[in-house]
Write a protein that binds this ligand. Structure first.
Ligand SMILES: Cc1ncc(COP(=O)(O)O)c(C=O)c1O
Length: 381
């Protein structure tokens, strides 16, 4: 039998449009934060229907600044999920606060909102939910809990573009939302991130904080012909986005709807085919009040060794991945916060079974067919 072509787990969807846009920025000689960043922020905010979008250098930076501007610090606690990438909890540590993990719902893989109130203490200041794979968390319940306990809702929206929850895009529902434009994300600028909010009083300091706390960035100073004079009005960080990144982001934003259609279509094919296999549980598909971003397509294996499965797929030229090793299983989180094996049973159980299948807009339906046919072959072995 002929060998499968190599099917990567993820690839950015880049064509001549991005190359041309980035070249134009390079030729302009204004390559750091400038007009393209402003344009990208405006276009991003408009796409999501949110008042403010503040471009930054990564989602990790976005999460960090969200906590800083919310005045969360030492001895405070932020409730989040252990089933996420380390950046979520890492940002909480940056401000000296403690990430307080709450177990997940094993079907949605998102934080189990019914368990959150038990974890609230007088030190709790915020909830940082993660919309895993692009499936929105239960935002109504999260908002109710936040209102009841006077907490901020700072969602990690790294996977959640374009995710819709009951008619609104993720990005305008929480107090502050943080997006990632890392290389494998639905919209990429190589590295990059965005904070979105409808709150004017949080947006203004965020714009200053992301560039050293300087009241005017270099672009504003040169355009006002007062090159050198500036003030430092707040604490600052070096978290600005460059025009090179923003030029790419603008092109990616134009393609966002199209790339999402392709991801949704491929996910639907996976769903139809894999539902027939008893050894596989397919991802939770929400009702039509919700739009899944399909950043990841995560299956759960039943009675099949996950590591062996990933290895066998690799031998068949198909690259899979695993999201996520729960954070409380890592040495650092155990030493730093005293978490231990057994603390979050659903996150642990799910972790043993999950596999993320190849999913990216550059795939073809034929690639998707090869993936599920190979899954059938590997499982039957
Ligand atoms: C859930 C989640 N949060 C945060 C991040 C951090 O994003 P960035 O690499 O843009 O800092 C990632 C990155 O993959 C992520 O998956």
């Amino acid at each position: 039998m002929a060998e499968n072509p190599f099917i990567p787990f993820s690839r950015p969807w880049i064509d001549d449009t991005e190359i041309e846009a980035v070249s134009q920025v390079l030729e302009s000689k204004w390559i750091s934060t400038g007009a393209r960043v402003r344009e990208f922020e405006r276009a991003f905010a408009e796409y999501l229907g949110v008042k403010h979008a503040i471009a930054v250098s990564s989602c990790t930076a976005a999460l960090h600044l969200s906590l800083v501007v919310s005045k969360i610090g030492i001895n405070d606690e932020v409730i989040t999920t252990p089933y996420t990438f380390t950046a979520t909890a890492e940002a909480i540590r940056y401000v000296g606060a403690k990430p307080v993990f709450v177990d997940i719902n094993p079907d949605t893989l998102n934080i189990d909102v019914s368990k959150i109130e038990q974890a609230i203490t007088p030190n709790t200041k915020a909830i940082m939910p993660v919309h895993i794979a692009g499936l929105p968390c239960d935002m109504d319940s999260l908002k109710d809990i936040c209102t009841k306990h006077d907490l901020l809702l700072l969602d990690d929206a790294a996977h959640a573009i374009p995710t819709i929850y009951k008619g609104d895009y993720i990005g305008g529902i929480g107090d502050l939302s943080s997006f990632s434009f890392y290389a494998n994300k639905n919209l990429t600028t190589g590295e990059g991130g965005m904070i979105t909010t409808n709150n004017d009083s949080l947006a203004q300091p965020l714009r200053t904080m992301r560039l050293h706390g300087i009241d005017k960035d270099a672009w504003s100073r040169q355009s006002r012909r007062s090159i050198w004079r500036y003030d430092i009005t707040t604490e600052g960080y070096k978290y600005n986005m460059t025009d090179i990144q923003a030029a790419m982001g603008l092109c990616q934003l134009m393609k966002l709807t199209k790339q999402h259609e392709r991801r949704s279509n491929f996910s639907q094919i996976y769903q139809q085919e894999l539902e027939k296999i008893p050894q596989i549980s397919t991802p939770f598909v929400p009702d039509n009040t919700i739009q899944h971003a399909w950043h990841l397509y995560i299956i759960q294996l039943n009675q099949v060794d996950r590591d062996q499965f990933v290895e066998s797929m690799r031998e068949e030229n198909i690259e899979c991945s695993v999201h996520y090793i729960p954070l409380h299983l890592f040495d650092f989180y155990q030493k730093q916060y005293g978490y231990k094996v057994g603390d979050f049973p659903y996150a642990e159980e799910v972790f043993e079974r999950v596999v993320s299948l190849p999913l990216h807009p550059g795939m073809t339906e034929s690639d998707v067919n090869i993936v599920f046919e190979t899954i059938k072959k590997v499982i039957s072995k």
